[in-house]
Design a protein around this ligand. Structure first.
Ligand code: PEP
Length: 263
């Protein structure tokens, strides 16, 4: 279903009216985690001012440590919905449990399946039946074939509104959090008709890598970028070191605009 063999034309997926796919470069930005209404609104305004079309923000955070901030859950979803109302940007948010899919679908415009859940088949099937577009991150140990098969699980349930996101894979190198597999963009685009975007924030794990990795993403023809921003990264409850501030995001958007055309 997701293979390009039977579907030679690359697909454009619409999220609340915003297109992602060939001929576009969709900028998605927002906080890693929804923390407060003020922080989420401030991050959304930063994103919007820079030209982002979609707002990201996690209400359910899959953290390595069980002692780390796990997200606000439904309270976070409510904040996202309020901020969407205020700024008019459709919302992308992660769902980590198949049982939460109906709840998250009520609030979100697009459901994200994170790297750790790429082969959570019950979750993939649940988002396949949710009626909302899905952002499917590549598992940090997954081959491209496994990633596309994960997309196939979603598609099999009747949902072909899937966007793939390369977010770095685990390699022997420890100087970055993960290694961005930039070749995944053209390789996956050759194998599937689905759009492929890049997350340079979670792959590198460091603010100073976000701009160069975004440039690389544009150069290989990624269909979009998803970027962490925060009004006060030093106070962030999650992944502050990778969050951009307003000026960084404006610089990134400017650099990206050099590649036609940004939406
Ligand atoms: C995220 O986007 O908030 C996230 C946790 O990403 P990943 O699943 O790629 O680590």
């Amino acid at each position: 279903l997701v293979s390009r063999e039977n579907h030679p034309t690359r697909s454009v997926i619409r999220v609340g009216g915003v297109p992602i796919g060939p001929g576009t470069m969709t900028l998605i930005a927002g906080p890693c985690a929804v923390e407060t209404p003020q922080q989420t609104l401030a991050a959304a305004r930063m994103a919007q001012r820079a030209g982002a079309a979609l707002l990201r923000g996690g209400a359910y955070k899959p953290r390595t440590s069980p002692y780390a901030f796990q997200g606000l859950g439904e309270d976070g979803l409510r904040i996202l919905a309020d901020v969407r109302e205020a700024v008019g940007m459709p919302v992308v948010t992660e769902v980590v449990d198949a049982h939460d899919v109906p709840l998250v679908s009520r609030y979100a415009d697009m459901l994200q399946v994170g790297t750790r859940n790429m082969q959570n088949f019950a979750l993939l099937q649940a988002v396949g039946g949710c009626g909302k577009p899905v952002l499917l991150k590549r598992g940090l140990n997954a081959t491209i074939e496994e990633w596309l098969m994960a997309a196939e699980y979603v598609a099999q349930r009747g949902n072909l509104d899937i966007v793939l996101c390369e977010r770095g894979i685990r390699t022997f190198d420890t100087t970055t959090r993960n290694t961005l597999d930039i070749s995944a963009v053209p390789v996956a685009q050759g194998l599937t008709h689905l759009p492929v975007i890049i997350d340079p924030s979670h792959s590198g794990g460091r603010r100073e890598l976000v701009l160069p990795l975004s440039r690389a993403a544009m150069a290989v023809g990624a269909d979009g970028l998803i970027i962490d921003v925060h009004p006060a990264p030093e106070e962030a409850l999650c992944d502050g070191p990778q969050a951009l501030v307003a000026d960084d995001l404006a610089e990134l958007a400017h650099a990206v605009r050099a590649f036609p055309p940004m939406i």
